[in-house]
Design a protein around this ligand. Sequence first.
Ligand SMILES: Cc1ncc(COP(=O)(O)O)c(C=O)c1O
Length: 481
Amino acid sequence: MFDPAGQAHAETAFLDAHPGFRETGVVDQLRASEYGRLDARGQVYLDYTGGSLYAGSQLEEHLGLLRETVFGNPHSVNPTSSAATVLVERARAAVLRYFNAPESEYACIFTPNATGALRLVGEAFPFGPDDLFLATFDNHNSVNGIREFARAKGARTAYVPLEAPDLRVADSLLERYLDETARGGHNLFAYPLQSNFSGVKHPLDWIASARERGWDVIVDAAAFVPTSRLDLSVWKPDFVSISFYKMFGYPTGIGALIARRPALERLRRPWFSGGTVIAANVQGEMVVPLSGHALFEDGTVNYLGIPAIEIGLRHIERIGIDTISQRVEGLGTWLLEALQGLRHSNGSPATRIYGPTTWERRGGTIAFNFLHPDGRAVDERFVDVVAAAHGISVRTGCFCNSGAGETAFSLSKDTLIGAEFNEGMILDDYIRLVGMPTGGAVRVSLGLVTNFADVHRFMRFATEFLDVTEAPDDLPPRLAC
Ligand SMILES: Cc1ncc(COP(=O)(O)O)c(C=O)c1O
């Protein structure tokens, strides 16, 4: 049982149980030198799946570069333009190198974020009638949105369900869905390498299983790569979506689509724009598109921000992604156990975890609800209020992952099809209509510079919900998911 008073004692016991954790001490040093603002402000940051945190030195190096150099729009050959081009191309090469993706095989396209990468694939994928867009229930809505492009072109869409309570997909079930491919068609299978809801790591070897059956595979790696190694010389997805701020915090507004060149060539862009053409005219309505990454980068790329990607990747490489993984595993294991050990005085559990309850094939994102002593879920808005008072940043709600939420909260197809979101309703009305126990879960996510004090302080905060029989009745309305 968690002892709120005994942080030093708990930390010693933790280190004894996880001897490898001591080897990750470099992160504790960095936390003090580069992320001192967290502790100076008394903040406990546990929303790394929302976005990671940047080191002070990333900002300094980037700002130094901007201060000392003159950069112009890269769509030119003048000296300032060339200076920008050199750094954009260096960053592109650095991204491919980081993921061990041979340049002959993969292209890196800069996008505004992971969503932008997913949209590029969705809108240009050559779906036709009888083709299939297949996705796991567990997906961010930015992947779910691809189904609208598929449907508009007459393709079918299908979802592979998750199994509660672990919120995984059974391999045998997935294989049945994958076997359905119409031969020779353009079929796309999409899944997240790590769930932004439950933290489940879905198997990387699905990539080969699907591709062998003729599928193009897009893996959404946005929640996976911040704390796990992705080696594209081993795993060969057709498309990978990422957001860099989720890896190293700065800058926001830049992501990437990493794409296998043959798969990229199969895409058919629905339009052209400045930056994507060799030539175009108006009178003949002629257009000659560029190829490779250039065909997919509309307009001017974020040429002042992109050099910061190379700086961020170097920062992660200096720490080592395996060190980050090891750290998150140790702290995550402790937190999972502590949360599940939390009991009200009547002996009833004070939490319910959604997803795996042990550290097996999962990452550092934990979704759960606090429970009242009678077993009802504590309103997640109340959790927000108490967390804010403790200086704790966590996420609450459905995390833009509709399918994982539907499975976690046992919402059936019949319930959802019968419940229309009518005009004039707000999200709260809909939640009542479908019978959800509360508006969503609480999500704690660990990352780059999480330390033992963070998770211990979180558990101290968690004890505030012990023996609480009711949430206040003046919580703000829920307006959006
Ligand atoms: C798994 C996953 N995919 C996609 C996204 C979308 O990322 P962005 O909002 O940066 O486009 C997120 C964001 O939380 C995510 O966790």
